[in-house]
Design a binder for this molecule. Structure first.
Ligand code: ACO
Length: 337
């Protein structure tokens, strides 16, 4: 039976670092508040000089992942691109990424599942692989948040958490009877909570997508979030979906070698770990360096966990888990071959 095996990973963040202290220059916040409430120390943001789209960050991450896999771009037979901050309204970032990789017919699919993008993307790649539709898949998560944030005090709860970045994995179809690769996924969405984290404009549900005479600082242009509601949801749903995916896989908590969760808030992941009664060193964190890079967050953390030797030996089991805008949430289990 065909299994989905990770052959390489890569990442890219724009070089410019924005510290918490830097943010205090344009909004009422503090290093202490941000560290205590989120665990974030800094994030990377594009600058006016190196302004680019999510697909450009994705290209760099993809090239690193392809190198690690020993693949050329034209080895790929499918591209999945996860983002909530596409370069332009359309066409999708997957097509722009394929263009950057000088591909001219490889199928490219965009998915808009925000923080859960990697989980939905991996499950989609796995379905293509298991059905025989693809055998070498590039899955990328990439975000340029910084160009669309409300950098006044009004937007501080959202703006301080978001960072720009991209990360990618190369996934190969391997015929084996061993229980390896993507073992199980559990995915959910509940649109009743769509308003708890959203950017409204431009909106095709309006008579005019960009209403006349709209002030440039209209809050609907910017992401708004009901942070406490999402926080509580995350702390409740992440353990639940973990138990669900473990049951699907016929595994136990003790089978997990490392949890690589979405990096939205360190306190969420600590509470998640405590609820599962997992030792602290079984939860991977890198939010302090990058903030919340949304669709890029899990593959970026995975890449660092592999590169630093935290995970990746034959038989190691990693749990991915995320909750974000949609609301969408999910978990998946991957076993290294
Ligand atoms: N600096 C200083 N003070 C702030 C800031 C800031 N950056 N942001 C908010 N505050 C203030 C608020 O105004 C409020 O002040 P008040 O008590 O005078 O009214 C106070 O701090 C507490 O605000 P809360 O929103 O209750 O703070 P909380 O502890 O919940 O932390 C946070 C906010 C960090 C956003 C948290 O709620 C959170 O992480 N939520 C979940 C985020 C998440 O997981 N999102 C999903 C993923 S992102 C995606 O899908 C795209």
């Amino acid at each position: 039976m065909k299994k989905s095996i990770i052959r390489g990973s890569g990442f890219f963040v724009p070089p410019h670092i924005v510290t918490n202290q830097d943010l205090t220059e344009f909004m009422d916040t503090s290093d202490e508040w941000i560290r205590q409430r989120t665990g974030i120390h800094q994030r990377h943001w594009i600058t006016k000089e190196d302004a680019c789209g999510a697909s450009d960050l994705a290209t760099q991450a993809a090239r690193m992942a392809l190198d690690k896999a020993g693949w050329q771009p034209n080895d790929l037979d499918f591209i999945i691109f996860a983002t909530l901050s596409p370069d332009i309204m359309f066409p999708g970032g997957g097509c722009l990424l394929a263009r950057n990789l000088e591909l001219d017919s490889t199928p490219a699919l965009d998915i808009r599942q925000q923080c859960t993008g990697f989980l939905y993307g991996f499950a989609t790649a796995d379905s293509y692989i298991k059905s025989g539709l693809a055998s070498k898949v590039l899955l990328v998560g990439a975000e340029v948040h910084s160009s669309g944030l409300d950098k006044s005090t009004r937007g501080r709860d959202v703006t301080v958490i978001f960072g720009d970045g991209a990360a990618a994995i190369c996934i190969e179809a391997v015929d084996t009877d061993e229980n390896v690769g993507l073992i199980a996924s559990a995915l959910h969405a509940d649109g009743h909570f769509a308003d708890t984290l959203k950017t409204e404009l431009p909106a095709s549900n309006l008579f005019k997508r960009l209403p006349d005479d709209l002030p440039i600082d209209d809050p609907r242009y910017y992401p708004v979030m009901d942070g406490p509601v999402i926080f509580k949801k995350a702390v409740r749903m992440l353990p639940k979906v973990t138990m669900e995916v473990l049951e699907k896989a016929g595994m136990n908590l003790s089978d997990i070698d490392l949890v690589v969760p979405h990096q939205a808030n360190k306190r969420i992941n600590q509470a998640f770990g405590q609820f599962l009664k997992l030792p602290e060193d079984k939860i991977f964190h890198n939010i302090e360096k990058y903030g919340n890079t949304t669709a890029a967050s899990i593959p970026l953390a995975l890449h660092e966990a592999i590169e630093t030797g935290r995970i990746g030996n034959s038989g190691d089991v990693v749990l991915f888990a995320a909750l974000g805008a949609g609301l969408t949430w999910g978990a998946s289990l991957y076993k290294f071959p």
